[in-house]
Design a protein around this ligand. Structure first.
Ligand SMILES: [Zn+2]
Length: 342
């Protein structure tokens, strides 16, 4: 089978399409014929530097994936030809976090494409516990984007921020697939989504994804001024962000008293001022979040089906052109998810 493996860290030269044996399925695992994956920034980090993630080379990249079961244990709830989405984690199932359904906090588990071989391969042997039925209304490329981007957005907006109908959410950095999914989820919950970007063309597309207002990031106080104008100088209930240092002071000032901020990334830097006086006087809450649990993935899929939402795929590359796909991701030109057919 063909698989996209990195053999070192650096540019496109470390990524090779290798012809490997089909993985052997162990008891408790299902063999999946992969149909689609999706590119995430962590795939770039793994290729470029390894990003401090413990792993052995060579390793198959990829956290996102959807495919069809080829073979599973006798008596398994999965059978041949069942379409499935792969949860990106392989939790230990035994630690204190796994026992209370918070397997996203598991310290002994592995993630596909980080500590374990990933999903960018024609076949994957995955623990049955990491499989979720594919939503019928989505094709495989759209379904694959649920594994990371939608799960991450769901945990941020629903589990952490607990956004309520009628509340206002400020979502930074539209264009990335997590921010786009967060906007779609917030709008479907009855929230009022204000979205920011430095790219007017990306903002122009956001009404179709449920954004109530768009805010062009022109630097300085441009975002804060607009937020205050749009909220009658009240501020927003919830901030969803993954930009980090460049927007943190604005994000802290944009919240109403008692506001909730959820961050899942720090692409512009991880050490902004904590602004502690504002934090306690205005009784703000700051949540860190990354990925999510399997129960959240199932809830997110049920919500998508109920609301008729669709993940937005910008472009799809075949596995043979994954290097071009990663270059495209690195360019930051994408709007939504970059898919991969396997
Ligand atoms: Zn665990």
């Amino acid at each position: 089978m063909l698989a996209a493996r990195i053999h070192g860290h650096g540019g496109a030269e470390v990524l090779r399409l290798d012809d490997l044996p089909i993985p052997e399925r162990k008891p408790g695992e299902a063999l999946i014929r992969m149909k689609a994956g999706g590119l995430n920034r962590v795939d770039l980090y793994m290729r470029n530097s390894g990003a401090g993630i413990t792993h052995q080379l060579p390793i198959i990249l990829g956290l996102d994936g959807a495919g069809v079961v080829v073979e599973a244990d006798p008596g398994s709830k999965f059978r041949a030809d069942d379409p499935v989405v792969i949860y990106p984690g392989q939790p230990c199932e035994q630690c204190e976090f796994c026992r209370k359904g918070e397997e996203v906090l598991c310290t002994r588990g592995k993630l596909f494409g980080e500590q374990a071989d990933g999903t960018f391969a024609e076949y994957v042997a995955a623990p049955e516990g990491s499989l979720v039925a594919k939503p019928a209304a989505l094709d495989f490329v759209a379904a694959a984007s649920l594994s990371v981007a939608w799960l991450t957005a769901w945990r941020m907006v629903v589990t952490k921020a607990r956004l309520q109908a009628g509340e206002t959410a400020l979502i930074f950095g539209i264009g990335g697939s997590v921010s786009l999914a967060a906007t779609q989820i917030a709008a479907a919950l009855g929230g009022r989504a204000l979205v920011t970007s430095r790219d007017p063309a990306k903002l122009a597309r956001m009404a179709a994804f449920g954004a109530a207002e768009t805010i062009l990031d022109e630097g300085g106080a441009s975002i804060l001024d607009r937020v205050m104008a749009l909220t009658g100088r009240r501020g927003v209930d919830v901030v969803i962000e993954n930009v980090g240092k460049a927007v943190w002071p604005t994000a802290m000032k944009a919240m109403v008293r008692g506001g909730r901020l959820v961050t899942c990334g720090a692409t512009t830097g991880g050490d902004p001022s904590a602004d502690l006086q504002r934090l306690f006087i205005r009784q703000l809450t700051v949540f860190g979040s990354t990925l999510g649990n399997r129960a959240e993935l199932r809830d997110c899929i049920a919500f998508i089906a109920e609301k008729g939402l669709k993940p937005h795929i910008d472009r799809t590359f075949p596995l043979a052109e994954i290097a071009a796909g990663l270059d495209y991701l690195e360019s930051g030109k994408q709007f939504g998810k970059i898919g991969l057919t396997l």
